[in-house]
Ligand binder design. Structure first.
Ligand code: BGC
Length: 358
């Protein structure tokens, strides 16, 4: 009887000790677990906070080149360990403004902007700058806004290359000019470039500019209409300077309706795939090739430097109408049938099979 009671006491002591031991183990485990989680969590937060966030506001994605710009910028941002948020305004100024506001609400560290409108976008730049966010004008300059940097291809040179090649090829004297949008500062710079070459030739009577037009939003339908109207009136066109490959497409479509495609020299820019195909097929004289990868890489690298407040090492400046702004400028390349293999195809900008439609 006494032995049984003693055993019972012993058992309950063992059970109590075991429970205490178990509770101890569980609480130690829970403390460790909590510490661990909070340790990892704060690590992740630090990592999140350290990651630079780039806002990329595009005025348009209509032309093939902008898709390339977007994709390469995303890839380059990743390489630089940065996050990037992309917005496309579809040629709408108010939407671009709203989208920049949205990007700023997302706490971006730097804004890269391709303005839809050279003047109106100044408001978006001002908004970013007021919040201490540096701004890069990408490919197109925002006027009177004192951006931290303008990265681009030399647009004056683009115009020069077009004029040099077209005047070399002209058999007759009638030249038509179809510019891009007036709301794009590049249109003005391109004009500055071709005027330099065309001015003296026009003065000497070697060429005659039969018309000069501007296509709102760079719409190829407008280019089609311009050419069609002139041809309907019975006016001869010997050559067309068109502001980009999309406009060139409209021009060539109209020429082909009048059975003139391939007989009239046409310029372009961007090295769109369809333009490259037209060049090797003899429908378009030339395009201006702008290796986008270099531009996108420079933009991301400079964006990161601006956030880190590191020097940009950019020596050139350009006047934006009010301020002298830092100007990082790359060289565009004239491409025709003769050099397409050693430029566009060699660089892998387009595949040989695609260009030659093998
Ligand atoms: C760019 C061209 C582009 C055009 C239409 C210009 O500002 O320089 O490459 O084709 O805009 O989007």
């Amino acid at each position: 009887m006494i032995l049984a009671k003693e055993n019972k006491v012993k058992n309950s002591i063992i059970a109590a000790l075991f429970t205490i031991f178990l509770m101890l183990i569980l609480s130690i485990a829970s403390i460790l677990n909590k510490t661990d989680r909070s340790f990892f969590q704060s690590d992740a937060n630090i990592e999140e906070r350290d990651k630079i966030k780039i806002g990329f506001s595009l005025g348009t994605l209509k032309e093939e080149r902008w898709i390339k710009d977007r994709d390469i910028l995303i890839a380059k941002a990743r390489e630089f360990g940065a996050d990037i948020i992309v917005q496309n305004a579809n040629n709408d100024d108010q939407d671009q403004m709203k989208q920049v506001r949205y990007l700023l609400e997302q706490n971006i560290d730097v804004l890269i902007i391709v303005p839809n409108d050279l003047n109106k976008a100044a408001h978006a730049v001002e908004l970013a700058k007021r919040q201490g966010i540096p701004v890069i004008s990408y490919d197109r300059l925002v006027l009177n806004s004192n951006v931290d940097l303008y990265v681009t291809f030399d647009n004056v040179k683009v115009g020069e290359l077009m004029a040099e090649r077209i005047t070399d090829s002209m058999k007759g004297e009638n030249l038509l000019i179809v510019n891009g949008a007036k709301t794009d500062n590049n249109t003005k710079m391109i004009k500055q470039g071709y005027d330099k070459i065309l001015g003296p030739l026009e003065a000497e009577g070697k060429i005659k500019i039969i018309a000069e037009e501007w296509a709102a939003d760079w719409l190829k339908e407008y280019a089609f209409k311009v050419v069609d109207d002139i041809l309907q009136k019975g006016i001869r066109i010997d050559a067309v300077i068109s502001g980009n490959d999309s406009l060139a497409e409209g021009v060539i479509e109209a020429l082909s309706e009048h059975r003139l495609a391939g007989k009239v020299s046409v310029t372009g820019q961007d090295a769109d795939l369809t333009a490259c195909q037209r060049i090797v097929e003899g429908m378009q004289l030339m395009t201006v090739y702008k290796p986008i990868e270099k531009l996108a890489e420079a933009a991301v690298e400079m964006a990161v430097r601006l956030v880190k407040k590191e020097p940009l090492n950019v020596q050139d400046y350009i006047n934006d109408g009010t301020y002298e702004v830092k100007y990082y400028v790359l060289t565009p390349i004239a491409v025709d049938k003769e050099n397409i293999d050693e430029t566009i195809i060699r660089d892998g900008f387009h595949l040989e099979d695609e260009v030659y439609r093998h």
